[in-house]
Design a protein around this ligand. Structure first.
Ligand code: GDP
Ligand code: IMO
Ligand code: MG
Length: 420
């Protein structure tokens, strides 16, 4: 069997959590391969809403195996909060959630470093989630990280060495902090983590594949936040793209199957950085209100704009997307007309290919399509799609050259339409 990958094609928050939950019944295993608690993946079913940050979104579908892969960075304190909230609502995870020994730990000082670096950047700050993601991946790459497996081997020394290095950096930044209180929560998190089984997940996953079991890899963030191909430096610190599933799980490229690329019918972004189709007018406010575009983790209002097909084509190319998934169709229900960016104008030249850099000189070139003016939230099958909506889908499929396999018409698990 192969690993299917589901990932975001825009700037995150496309609706990955919802669709992983919907697709999980088809799989034996669901695994996160990168990112950490900067993610907020929302799932809704039976009138309940859950936001997952480090735990894979396959956790609510029976007793499927869920794995936190080696490419993930894990904060024990936040993990404890997340697990305990699920335990309080009756979900015991210890028998079906496994953690890679090679996943790196977000130390209490990583969060402090994140804050120190951001404040030093002043106006050019990234607008990170403040969860210590960048500093943790920095330590991983510079070979100073502490891993989940280290909890079982000489942990105190490794922890103390890392903290000493971080304190020296924080002193250079003249950053004030109270480590004792965050350390207390963090060590309580380590105790919680120890209730789970730490595994060599690369062996486990490859054995599952050899035994004919199916695996769904769940991406976090989105392609435009990828460390290599996103809108650098306004990106996250991991490879959010399909290749990240290979390194983040220990799976060979030839063992990747379908690549599900997920996008909103419009576009959003949280934090700083360029966003060519961003709307600063009433339309942007309407998208934010109707789409309830506020961060699942931070509550920050999301910046909203029209769909950007130049960026989407780029994301489809980088990821080798085989099936597209369009979310939040219902948010556009009331619009008379809908715009889609089909090219950029840069210094008077029309550009169809995603450039080295997008910035304030990148102007979107739009086509305008008729809206469907229909309540999509009640639509249950493809035959009920209004004609204008069908036309919109055909337009996108023609532009993007990949079939739209799933259409989402509301936040609930049941508001999901699989197409033939
Ligand atoms: P993720 O990070 O990609 O999992 O996405 P988030 O959970 O951060 O953000 C997606 C938001 O949109 C959540 O609040 C979902 O409940 C909601 N959502 C998902 N699909 C739909 C949809 O089709 N329509 C509407 N109106 N909301 C949706
Ligand atoms: P999900 O998985 C949206 C953004 C932050 C910031 C940049 C870097 O829910 O789609 P970081 O804390 O990673 O160093 O922040 O990336 N960001 C996200 N935006 N959805 C996410 O995750 C994000 N994770 C990080 O806002 O601009
Ligand atoms: Mg999110």
């Amino acid at each position: 069997m192969k690993v299917d990958v589901l990932l975001g094609l825009q700037w995150g928050d496309e609706g990955k959590g919802k669709v992983v939950d919907v697709l999980t019944p088809r799989y034996d295993v669901v695994s996160r391969f990168q990112g950490g608690p900067n993610a907020g993946h929302t799932l809704e079913f039976n009138g309940q809403k859950y936001v997952l940050r480090s735990i894979p979104s396959g956790i609510f579908q029976g007793d499927k195996v869920n794995i936190i892969g080696n490419g993930v960075v894990l904060d024990p304190a936040l993990f404890k909060v997340e697990v305990e909230a699920l335990e309080a609502s009756g979900h015991d995870l210890t028998k079906r959630l496994y953690i890679s020994k090679k996943a790196h730990l977000i130390l209490p000082t990583h969060r402090l470093l994140d804050a120190a670096y951001e404040s030093a950047k002043g106006d050019s700050k990234i607008g990170t989630t403040g969860k210590g993601i960048g500093p943790t991946y920095t330590d991983k790459i510079s070979r100073n990280g502490v891993r989940v497996g280290d909890i079982l081997h000489n942990f105190d020394t490794k922890y103390a060495q890392a903290i000493a290095k971080h304190k020296a950096i924080l002193a250079q930044y003249n950053f004030q902090y109270d480590l004792a209180s965050i350390e207390k929560e963090w060590f309580a998190g380590i105790e919680k983590l120890k209730q789970f089984t730490f595994i060599d997940s690369e062996h486990t996953i490859n054995k599952y594949l050899a035994d004919g079991k199916s695996v769904l890899a769940e991406g976090a963030q989105g392609t435009m936040l990828d460390i290599d191909f996103g809108s650098y430096p306004f990106v996250t610190s991991s490879n959010t793209i399909c290749a990240g599933a290979c390194t983040g799980l220990g799976v060979a490229p030839r063992n990747i199957g379908d690549v599900f690329g997920i996008f909103k019918a419009y576009c959003t972004r949280v934090g700083s950085g360029p966003f060519p189709t961003e709307l600063f007018d009433n339309t942007g406010d309407t998208l934010r209100e109707l789409g309830y575009e506020f961060g699942s983790v931070t509550g920050r209002p999301r910046r909203c704009g029209w769909i950007d097909l130049v960026a989407l084509k780029y994301a489809i190319m980088i990821n080798g997307v085989t099936k597209l998934i369009m979310m939040k169709s219902d948010v556009m229900d009331a619009f008379e007309t809908i715009k889609a960016c089909v090219a950029y104008k840069i210094n008077g030249n029309t550009v169809n290919e995603f450039p080295f850099e997008i910035n304030e000189n990148t102007e979107p070139v739009y086509v305008e399509l008729p809206g469907w003016k229909t309540n999509m939230t009640k639509v249950q099958k493809e035959s009920e799609f209004p004609q204008a909506f069908k036309n919109y889908l055909s337009f996108l499929e023609k532009e993007l050259n990949v079939p739209i396999y799933i259409v989402s018409v509301g936040p609930d698990r049941d508001q999901t339409i699989l197409r033939k």
